[in-house]
Design a protein around this ligand. Structure first.
Ligand code: BGC
Length: 369
């Protein structure tokens, strides 16, 4: 692997000069005006992010780290965001290919449209990478993500830890799952149900409402959770699949003055999620070092752009296509009040953005420096 990185960097540097002229376009939202200047350039990498609302990560972390990696390597790139629209997603993919992308990196909005994009790219000789979300039945050459079942396990264990600390007796647990069309949401649920189901079975916990949130939509999550709490006012713990869904639940709990009493989980170590942990409104989040995910993806994409066939050590079975997809899976980390500081130390969130106003005191208490 290391050898691969070195040779890749050297080769990437060699093509830098030829591509500097088009280096500044990566933040654009339309590819149209680039068509003329980009068409003839080889080795361009296109990245399609899913949206900017289901999680802050896509625009604040993924875009930033991918862009940094491509810029450092001096490769031409175009990173765009489909803003949750499947038609836009397909249009962006078509434009990128027309504009000379030879590698396409996608975070699908669902497996159906993701597969259509991947298959079309493949038929045109464009190499593809599934970034963060596996496209079921798809044809991506590589998949780079985290161990997503482990993410869910950490959430289940985290909720159990907070319920124990609250000395909750036979707590009713509600589950707010991610989008039913995101394979990751299935894997997260597999992970946390692996922890929670035995507790429901043994009678230690009581299974409460359990619902998926279409497209990870935070507003819908609030409405759903409001209904859950009306239906079952004694909900004592909330397994929310990410920080956005968790915050939606916390907002509803606040209205009933139940925030801080009912532990809520999350994921992504967003500024909002971490601040909710600092105030005690959120039990935990899962930190995924997106920089590592972006770097691993950039390394593969750059090798592919050079026409190489990079090897990776892992693989994941696509349950729909029955295919072993060469994969890089990274380790997630559980974050509670006591180790919020780890996320800052790692450079994922800055002290300045986290420790604003009233949070400053909590930051000091949590050892964030
Ligand atoms: C990602 C999460 C993210 C969620 C919503 C999932 O596929 O793995 O990090 O919170 O999508 O965007």
């Amino acid at each position: 692997m290391r050898k691969g990185i070195l040779s890749l960097t050297a080769a990437a540097a060699a093509i830098t000069l030829g591509l500097t002229a088009c280096g500044g376009e990566s933040g654009g939202t339309t590819g149209a005006q680039e068509t003329a200047t980009q068409a003839a350039k080889p080795g361009k990498i296109g990245v399609i992010l899913p949206d900017s609302k289901s999680s802050a990560r896509w625009e604040t972390a993924d875009r930033k780290y991918l862009e940094e990696a491509f810029k450092t390597a001096g490769v031409a790139h175009d990173i765009q965001n489909a803003q949750g629209d499947k038609n836009t997603f397909q249009t962006i993919a078509d434009q990128m290919i027309t504009n000379g992308a030879t590698v396409l990196v996608i975070v699908n909005l669902d497996s159906g449209t993701g597969k259509a994009v991947l298959d079309k790219a493949k038929s045109q000789g464009v190499a593809t990478i599934d970034y963060d979300r596996l496209t079921l039945g798809g044809s991506a050459s590589y998949y780079v993500s985290f161990d997503n079942v482990k993410v869910g396990t950490l959430q289940g264990e985290g909720l159990a830890k907070c319920l124990t600390e609250k000395k909750a007796d036979k707590p009713i647990v509600a589950e707010l799952n991610g989008s039913p069309t995101d394979n990751n949401a299935t894997l997260f649920k597999q992970g946390y149900d692996g922890v929670l189901q035995p507790k429901y079975d043994s009678g230690d916990y009581v299974k409460g409402p359990d619902q998926s949130v279409p497209e990870w939509d935070n507003t819908q999550a609030g409405t759903l959770f409001e209904q859950m709490l009306t239906q079952e006012p004694k909900i004592a713990g909330v397994l929310a699949a990410n920080d956005g869904l968790g915050n939606a639940a916390i907002t509803v709990l606040k209205k009933q003055k139940l925030n801080g009493k009912v532990p809520v989980t999350g994921q992504d170590a967003t500024v909002q999620g971490l601040q909710n942990i600092l105030t005690g409104d959120q039990c935990m989040t899962v930190y995924k070092a997106v920089k590592k995910e972006a770097d691993a993806t950039a390394e593969l994409a750059i090798a592919l752009a050079k026409g190489e066939k990079p090897t990776v050590s892992g693989s994941v079975k696509d349950p729909e296509g029955g295919r072993d997809v060469p994969s890089v899976l990274l380790e997630p980390q559980a974050i509670f009040f006591d180790n919020v500081k780890d996320v800052v130390t790692d450079g994922y969130v800055s002290k300045d953005e986290l420790c604003t106003g009233d949070f400053a005191e909590k930051c000091t208490e949590a050892g964030v420096s």
